[in-house]
Design a binder for this molecule. Structure first.
Ligand SMILES: [Zn+2]
Length: 271
């Protein structure tokens, strides 16, 4: 599943291709995405110039002269840049052709992604308006997280994976950040100490920034958010290493289940 680093990598790949281009043609082969693609999707877009490509959580925001295209890659989606008219393969649901002769092609075998055309401020849309801060922004720091965690008994791992607290901390990054911060994942969020919140916010930023950096180096004309994602190249300390020796202290890594998700931690390094 594309996580925040893959979506940011995709954004960095497609932004220079899309910006300042006019949309000349739009093909929708299958409207049945997570939410149906609107019947007027093509006519709403054609003739408009793309003024910017940004990201909020795992949503890509393609800003046009009038309105915004809100794109989510879902479980299995990817956006590729190809020459206009390239033959479509299975699961290639949407093409957006540009005046440069290149196009943005959306492929999504499981169809959990979406492409929504919005007028007005996209950040007020119900999909975005309740989201917590971006993890790599200055708004996300130890003081913010400590204030949100006050009197909360929820486990710290589930707490940092809640998008209303902070966006983009997926299962892998939560386990890895808690390892680096030396915090056991089952501890109550409200019992974490101020210096631990400092280490935790720093670790979350570190693992996400490292994954984005790696993702960015593999990018060429082909932008793939569901193939070789950045985190597989990152050296993982605990994720999917149950029973294997800790890279730091040699204690076997423990695997537990929290909220139907696997969690991994080192009983030697994490308190
Ligand atoms: Zn250890």
């Amino acid at each position: 599943m594309p996580e925040l680093p893959e979506v940011e990598t995709t954004r960095r790949g497609i932004a220079p291709v899309l910006e300042n281009q006019c949309i000349t043609s739009v093909s929708v082969r299958d409207r049945r995405l997570r939410w149906p693609v609107s019947k007027t999707f093509a006519e709403d877009l054609i003739g408009q110039r793309i003024t910017g490509v940004s990201r909020r959580a795992k949503y890509l925001l393609i800003t046009l002269e009038r309105g915004t295209l809100l794109w989510h890659l879902g479980m299995s989606g990817s956006l590729r840049v190809l020459p206009n008219g390239s033959p479509a393969q299975a699961h290639d649901h949407i093409d957006v052709e540009l005046s440069s002769g290149r196009m943005l092609r959306f492929n999504d075998p499981r169809r959990f992604g979406c492409a929504l055309w919005l007028l007005g401020d996209p950040h007020q849309h119900e999909l975005l308006s309740h989201l917590g801060p971006e993890p790599l922004s200055d708004d996300f720091d130890a003081e913010y997280l400590a204030a949100k965690a006050r009197k909360r008994s929820v486990a710290i791992k589930q707490f940092i994976m809640n998008a209303e607290i902070v966006v983009g901390v997926g299962n892998i990054y939560a386990s890895e950040a808690l390892f680096r911060a030396g915090i056991r994942p089952e501890r109550a969020a409200g019992r974490i100490k101020p210096d631990e919140f400092k280490r935790l916010t720093h670790s979350i930023k570190l693992v996400l920034a490292a994954a984005i950096k790696v993702g960015g180096t593999t990018l060429r004309d082909y932008v793939n958010a569901s193939g070789a994602p950045g985190y597989f190249r990152q050296k993982l300390f605990v994720y999917e290493r149950g029973g294997e020796p800790c890279r730091n202290c040699k204690t076997p890594i423990v695997q537990i289940t929290q909220g139907n998700r696997s969690t991994y931690y080192c009983p030697g390094c994490q308190r």
